[in-house]
Write a protein that binds this ligand. Structure first.
Ligand SMILES: Nc1nc2c(ncn2[C@@H]2O[C@H](COP(=O)(O)OP(=O)(O)OP(=O)(O)O)[C@@H](O)[C@H]2O)c(=O)[nH]1
Ligand SMILES: [Mg+2]
Ligand SMILES: [Zn+2]
Length: 307
C-alpha cells in the first residue's frame, strides 16, 4: 500500500518520517532514499518534505516519490570550495533566525544575510536576539533596527523572558530555526518541548563560539498544525546564489533616498552627491550598517560567500 509521510530527520540514507495518511498519529517509520528513475541520482529529500512510500516492502520502506514542495530553505555551499547547496528544510511557513547578544557576540551581518535570504524566498522572518540576560540594556544598534521595522524580538530563552510572544508566533505554523552555533536554538526547543532531551551546546569560554552539538535537522511537533525544525549551527551564510536579493526590504534606507542621488545610476560608493552617503555623514544611518550593505552588495556582485 502507498502511504504519505512527512520527514522528521535524516541520518545518511535513512529518513525518519511521520505517516500522515490514511492514519495519523502512528509512530515514526524508517524510510530509505529513493533514486531518480531517469538518472539514478538519489532524490534529495530533506526535513519537512512530504513523500510517498511503499508499505509492502520491509522497513526501511523505500521512498517512491518526493511530493511537490511549497518552498525550500537553502544554505549555499561556499563558492570557492565548490560545495553544493544544501536543503536545510522544506515546506516552511516562517524562518526564526536566532542570534545571541553575547556568547557568541552579536553578528549583525549574519542577521542581514538571513533577512535577505528569507525576503528573497518570500517567507516571513522573525529575528530572535537571545541571551539578553547577559546585558543590562538593548544596544542602540538594535533599537535602530527595531525602528526601521525589523521583525525583532529581544529575549532570554533560558530565563523565559518574552517567551510567550514567541510561542504565540509559532502556533499553527511550520517554523525553521536557523542561526550560528551556540545561539540557543536547541534551548528554545527544550523550552517549548520540556519532555524532549535535545543536546545543548556548551559555549567554549574565551572563544565565544559554540560547539556543534546539533548535527542533523529535526522536526518536532507541538500539535497537529504546529511544527518546529531545529537545525545544526551555521558557520557562514552566503548570498551569492540569490537571483536578486531584496535589498530594499532589508535596507529600507535605500527606498527613502530613491531618486535623490546626483547620478541616476549611483552605486552609492564614492560618487559625489550620493544621498545614501549623505544619510551616513548626517548620522541618520550608522556607518557600520552602510559598510555592511556595501560589503554584501559587492560580495553578491562578485559571487563570493562568507562573512
Ligand atoms: N545566558 C544565556 N545562555 C543561554 C540562553 N539560551 C541558551 N543559552 C546557552 O547557550 C548555549 C548554547 O545553546 P544551544 O541551545 O545548544 O545553541 P544552538 O543554537 O542549538 O547551538 P548549535 O546546536 O551548535 O547550533 C548553552 O550553554 C545554553 O545553555 C539564554 O537565554 N541566556
Ligand atoms: Mg543546537
Ligand atoms: Zn548614491
Amino acid at each position: 500500500m502507498i502511504q504519505c509521510a512527512r520527514i522528521l530527520s535524516v541520518h545518511k540514507t535513512i529518513f525518519w518520517a511521520a505517516p500522515q495518511s490514511p492514519i495519523q498519529g502512528m509512530p515514526p517509520v524508517a524510510l530509505q532514499a529513493a533514486f531518480n528513475r531517469r538518472n539514478q541520482e538519489p532524490l534529495g529529500c530533506t526535513v519537512g518534505d512530504w513523500v510517498e512510500y511503499d508499505t509492502q516492502q520491509a522497513e526501511p520502506f523505500p521512498i517512491l516519490r518526493l511530493l511537490p514542495r511549497k518552498n525550500v530553505f537553502w544554505r549555499p555551499g561556499p563558492t570557492h570550495r565548490k560545495q553544493k547547496s544544501l536543503a536545510i528544510a522544506a515546506n516552511i511557513d516562517q524562518v526564526i533566525g536566532v542570534v545571541a547578544i553575547e556568547q557568541p557576540p552579536l553578528n549583525l551581518g549574519f542577521m542581514y544575510r538571513l533577512y535577505l535570504r528569507a525576503a528573497s524566498m518570500g517567507v516571513p522572518l522573525t529575528l530572535l536576539v537571545n541571551k539578553m540576560d547577559l546585558v543590562s540594556e538593548i544596544p542602540g544598534e538594535l533599537n535602530y533596527l527595531k525602528n526601521l521595522g525589523y521583525p525583532l524580538i529581544c529575549l532570554s530563552i533560558q530565563k523565559g523572558e518574552e517567551f510567550d510572544s514567541l510561542v504565540s508566533r509559532l502556533q499553527g505554523k511550520t517554523s525553521v530555526l536557523v542561526g550560528l552555533s551556540g545561539a540557543g536554538k536547541s534551548t528554545l526547543i527544550q523550552k517549548v518541548f520540556p519532555h524532549i532531551q535535545t543536546l545543548v551546546a556548551t559555549v567554549r569560554e574565551g572563544i565565544g563560539k559554540g560547539r556543534h552539538t546539533t548535527t542533523c535537522s529535526t522536526l518536532f511537533t507541538l500539535d497537529e498544525s504546529t511544527h518546529i525544525i531545529d537545525t545544526p549551527g551555521l558557520k557562514e551564510l552566503g548570498i551569492h546564489d540569490l537571483e536578486e536579493p531584496d535589498w530594499e526590504t532589508v535596507f529600507p534606507e535605500l527606498k527613502s533616498i530613491e531618486g535623490q542621488c546626483r547620478f541616476s545610476d549611483c552605486s552609492h560608493g564614492s560618487e559625489p552627491g550620493c544621498a545614501l552617503n549623505a544619510l551616513v555623514s548626517n548620522q541618520y544611518m550608522p556607518q557600520n550598517r552602510f559598510l555592511a550593505y556595501t560589503k554584501l552588495l559587492s560580495e553578491w556582485q562578485e559571487g563570493k560567500s562568507g562573512f
